[in-house]
Design a binder for this molecule. Structure first.
Ligand code: GAP
Length: 562
């Protein structure tokens, strides 16, 4: 505590503000301020200084408390989110009905997977979100669902028969097989004397079409070619003007040398991609706004990789445009992809520029979108500048003109193409990896899938197995199931029913109890916080809609149950 002291020097009085402090077990006096020569002046000044000191003390205390709270929260998050390995995730997905090995009763078949009842719901929700974001909500995009097998000349023209291959390598001791990129062979040989190069293997799946005079054909390795083949038909029938895009989500097949990491590298998978056609003269993108320019992300450029480093730099899209790393339309679509991933709650991403040596045969500039998986930072999707390559190749092979007349520039041209692509299984895997949380306090797994992606949106429980509760519960269930995938569960204790639903990511549990009979309301319980609110049955559907679409906070959606 501070106090006023008087010192008399050469007959003159001087007033000071002092403070006693215990330092190393001893009381020491420290002078804080000079207060003047009169008692009145000193008391006034001391009062002001002490008041200011109290204020600062309070502020410091608040700051200290905030820091402690934040540290505690961080600690709790750490405790909650146990990092799951890919093997554990595969086991979890099997146990809960998300993903099974294909033909499990025969021991499975490497590189093929089945989506179970919960998996197919999550998968469809991801596809729907992608489609809505990139097709429905855009004015310059149309959809397509092309056949998986196309004329075999497609793959000759596209360069896939000649170029779409990987190099197989085998460990001399363990006999483990692995694929490497063709551009990596020389360096791999130098750095890995224990591995043997087995040669180049095509990734294309060959099949036969027809019974009599069967002809060779291929299962598609990418959906892109369907968009190139139908480009003119779509432009004419949909009356699209450049620039415009054609989008598709579809199954692809690749005869991978070494399928691995659960769904990450399989032989049958789904791509969501679009080809965006632009007049080569169009250098500016009128849709590129400040949101795109200011998008910030971790970036690994070609120069850094060539120095043997993987140090990331935080950059904004506008900086990459200024550095001429990509053109405006390319930047626009890359930014849109980042914004979509953010919407999917996948923020742990980095953008990696392809080095000249690793560019696909059709690309002049490619950027990978990588995600931090439990087995490392790996590719989720990409964004390539395919230029005029594919349309020109198909024009040459088919002898059909791929040129269109552009009203804006009044010229007949083959458009150039920007291609954003994403692996749907890889998104599925990233969402599950991020969502998986083991909560120590609740001693249970909480699958924190974003509500709008969750397979089951709500579980409806009568508090006990009695007719009056069951009747209302079933009425609610029958009404809600017209809108969403919801379940009705009357077996086991309420706690057990909550836990079962937390584990599979159901965001809301709805309970019909004694009060529901009187007040015609229910409780909704939030998966992540276990908070509960009461909502009138007549308002339940509307409230759930807002909650699922994250338009309202849980606490504000009803009367909080204390
Ligand atoms: N049309 C461009 C194209 O196909 P890609 O990088 O070869 O580009 C697109 O493949 C995406 O498909 C990848 O970014 C990845 O997410 C996914 N993908 C590729 N191979 C895969 C595999 N074997 N298993 C699962 N997903 C795969």
């Amino acid at each position: 505590m501070a106090f006023v002291v008087k010192k008399t020097i050469n007959g003159n009085d001087y007033y000071y503000l002092n403070e006693n402090k215990r330092i190393d077990g001893k009381i020491k006096t420290k002078s804080l301020a000079y207060l003047g020569k009169t008692k009145k002046e000193a008391d006034k000044k001391a009062k002001e200084i002490i008041k200011e000191m109290e204020k600062n003390k309070e502020q410091n205390l608040i700051e200290k408390e905030t820091i402690i709270k934040k540290e505690k929260e961080k600690e709790e998050v750490k405790m909650d989110s146990k990092k799951i390995t890919i093997e554990e995730l595969a086991n979890f997905c099997k146990a809960k009905g998300f993903v099974f090995r294909s033909s499990d009763i025969y021991g499975g078949i490497t590189g093929f997977w089945d989506l179970g009842p919960l998996g197919v719901e999550l998968f469809n929700n991801i596809k729907k979100e992608w489609w809505n974001f990139f097709v429905r909500e855009k004015e310059n995009m149309v959809g397509l669902d092309a056949s998986i097998i196309s004329h075999p000349k497609t793959w000759k023209a596209s360069g896939h028969i000649a170029n779409f291959s990987d190099v197989a390598v085998i460990n001399k001791k363990t006999k483990q097989a692995m694929k490497i990129d063709k551009s990596e062979v020389e360096i791999f040989k130098k750095e890995n004397p224990d591995w043997e190069i087995q040669g180049e293997f095509s990734l294309m799946f060959k099949t036969k079409v027809g019974a009599l005079n069967a002809e060779d054909a291929y299962l598609r390795g990418e959906t892109a070619q369907g968009m190139f083949l139908d480009f003119k038909l779509i432009q004419q029938t949909s009356r699209m003007q450049l620039p415009f895009g054609i989008a598709q989500i579809g199954t692809c097949f690749r005869n991978e040398i070494a399928p691995r990491d659960f769904l990450f590298r399989s032989r049958e998978f789904h791509i969501g991609e679009f080809e965006f056609f632009i007049n080569p003269e169009e250098k500016t993108c009128d849709l590129l706004d400040s949101i795109h320019l200011e998008v910030e992300f971790n970036f690994l450029d070609e120069e850094t990789q060539k120095q043997g480093s993987s140090t990331l730099k935080k950059v904004k899209m506008k900086e990459l445009i200024a550095r001429k790393k990509l053109e405006e339309w390319h930047a626009y679509w890359l930014a849109e992809q980042i914004l979509w991933l953010k919407k999917m709650n996948l923020t742990e991403i980095k953008i990696r520029e392809h080095t000249k040596e690793e560019l696909s045969h059709y690309s002049s500039a490619t950027f990978d979108l990588d995600y931090e998986y439990p087995f490392g930072s790996k590719e989720l999707g990409g964004n390539a500048n395919r230029g005029q390559y594919d349309l020109t190749q198909h024009q040459n092979e088919s002898k059909q003109s791929m040129e269109i007349f552009d009203e804006k520039y009044k010229n007949k041209i083959i458009p150039k193409v920007i291609e954003p692509t994403i692996g749907i299984e890889r998104i599925f895997l990233a969402i599950l990896t991020k969502a998986y949380n083991y909560n120590k306090e609740r001693d249970n797994v909480i699958l924190k899938i974003p509500r709008f992606l969750s397979p089951i949106k709500a579980a409806i429980f009568p508090i006990v197995k009695k007719e009056e509760f069951e009747k209302i519960s079933l009425e609610i269930y029958n009404d809600l199931k017209k809108e969403w995938f919801v379940t009705y569960d009357k077996s086991g204790s309420i706690g057990r029913r909550y836990a079962r639903n937390d584990e599979i990511g159901t965001p809301f549990c709805i309970t019909i109890d004694e009060d529901s009979l009187k007040n015609k309301d229910v409780t909704i319980r939030d998966r992540d916080t276990t908070s509960q609110i009461r909502v009138k049955i007549s308002e339940l559907k509307e409230t759930l809609k807002k909650l699922i679409n994250e338009e309202i906070s849980f606490e504000k959606a009803g009367k909080l149950v204390k």
